[in-house]
Write a protein that binds this ligand. Structure first.
Ligand code: PLP
Length: 395
């Protein structure tokens, strides 16, 4: 037998973390890494945050799990916190991003069903999107590496070019339920929607009775310096999926909706065994209580500006390798002039700096939101040293 006990679906690298402390990870042999990957925008509070650890320990000792057959004081508290500081009137809790997106898709379809128009079931999504790995969410992307061999995918999805408002406008027909997009594409390469595109989609939704679904699984929960990325655009969604940073390392997601958009989601229509359990709610409520503070978001903005400025200053010194910087807050992308995967590996293996490769030759820089200026200086030092002793693989 040659298959590994751990199903070999991940191309795992040689880093084998066994311990984390603040913005650092430590491998099996004690080697230390500056973690500017944060579990792909998950560990918003870094590793081992004492407040988070205590919330988990206390809740685990008090009540870890009960069924959603029972009332949920823990869920009511957390949902109220979310409703108080977002566009949403109601929240469904999940264990992951893909499940939050699934709930968003189901909520949109049920909305039109409740309106007596079940034929309006098609979700329009956009090129290079990433919405997760379930059958529903891979049906909403055009990326072959996620779709090949899993067909037939679900009907009721159309993928159009990102940031092309005209294409979106032309595609609307009697079967359209709404648009779904990441305000800033993460896996696709830290690619922000243009303001015209996002506000144009909002206007099309209003005009045609469609739903605007935003997937803020990666860009949400303080990552961009606003609680949610759409706030930068002054555009409100009808439905939004959230995960990653919301649990800061604990598996947690949420689907947020307005009262109108959620009108079809009545008792018995949706559910989850673990979703919204007391342990998850205690974690989420604690994380939210920290991240939603204006001072915390101010810190993300200040660090984001400083990091971005430092990255921009690096570019002219290494202009054969570095192309440009993009993104918002602490969701930054360094676009290279060659393959980003090889450079990410070089930074990791030779300089102990963890980043994440993304589409379009982008190095994703997603540090914990609690970084300070010394971490930024260390990152820039490693990037600069890494650029100096790097030879891009022959094309
Ligand atoms: C990570 C991600 C998902 C999927 O989240 P999982 O927790 O892996 O299911 C969905 N949408 C976006 C934008 C993501 O970045």
């Amino acid at each position: 037998m040659s298959i590994t006990p751990l199903m070999p679906v991940y191309p795992r690298c040689g880093v084998r973390p066994v311990r984390g402390e603040g913005c650092y990870l430590f491998g099996e042999r004690g080697e230390r890494y500056l973690d500017f990957a944060s579990g792909i925008a998950v560990n918003a509070l870094g590793h081992g945050d004492a407040r988070l650890v205590k919330a988990i320990a206390d809740q685990a000792a008090t009540l870890m799990h009960v069924s959603n057959l029972y009332g949920s004081p823990q869920g009511e508290k957390f949902a109220q916190q979310i409703v108080d500081s977002t566009f949403a009137d109601t929240v469904f809790f999940t264990n992951s991003g893909a499940e939050a997106v699934e709930c968003a898709i189901k909520t949109a379809r049920r909305y039109h069903f409740a309106n007596g128009q079940p034929e309006r079931h098609t979700i329009i999504s956009f090129s290079n999107a990433f919405h997760g790995r379930t059958l529903g969410t891979i049906s909403a992307t055009n990326q072959p590496k996620m779709r090949d061999g899993f067909e037939p995918l679900l009907p009721g999805f159309t993928v159009l070019p990102f940031n092309d408002l005209e294409a979106a406008k032309t595609a609307i027909d009697d079967s359209t339920a709404g648009f779904m997009l990441e305000p800033i594409q993460g896996e696709g390469g830290i690619l922000p929607a243009t303001p015209e595109f996002l506000s144009g989609l909002r206007a099309l939704c209003d005009e045609h009775g469609l739903l605007l679904i935003l997937d803020e699984v990666q860009c949400g929960v303080g990552r961009t310096g606003a609680l949610f990325a759409h706030e930068h655009y002054g555009v409100k969604p009808d439905i939004m999926s959230v995960a990653k940073g919301i649990g800061a390392g604990f598996p947690l997601g949420a689907c947020l909706a307005t009262e109108e958009a959620a009108k079809g989601m009545v008792a018995g229509t949706h559910g989850s065994t673990y979703g919204g359990n007391p342990l998850g709610m205690a974690v989420g409520s604690t994380v939210w209580g920290i991240i939603s503070q204006p001072e915390f978001l101010g810190h993300v903005n200040a660090m984001g500006e400083r990091l971005r400025g430092a990255l921009e200053q690096l570019i002219p010194n290494h202009d054969a390798l570095f192309d440009s910087v993009r993104g918002m807050g602490l969701m930054l992308g360094l676009k290279l002039k060659s393959d980003s995967r090889a450079f990410v590996a070089h930074l990791r293996d030779r300089h102990g700096l963890l980043t994440v490769a993304a589409g379009d030759n982008v190095v994703r820089i997603l540090p914990p939101l609690v970084i300070n200026e010394a971490h930024i200086a260390e990152c820039i030092e490693k990037l600069s040293a890494g650029a100096r002793d790097y030879t891009p693989p022959a094309a």
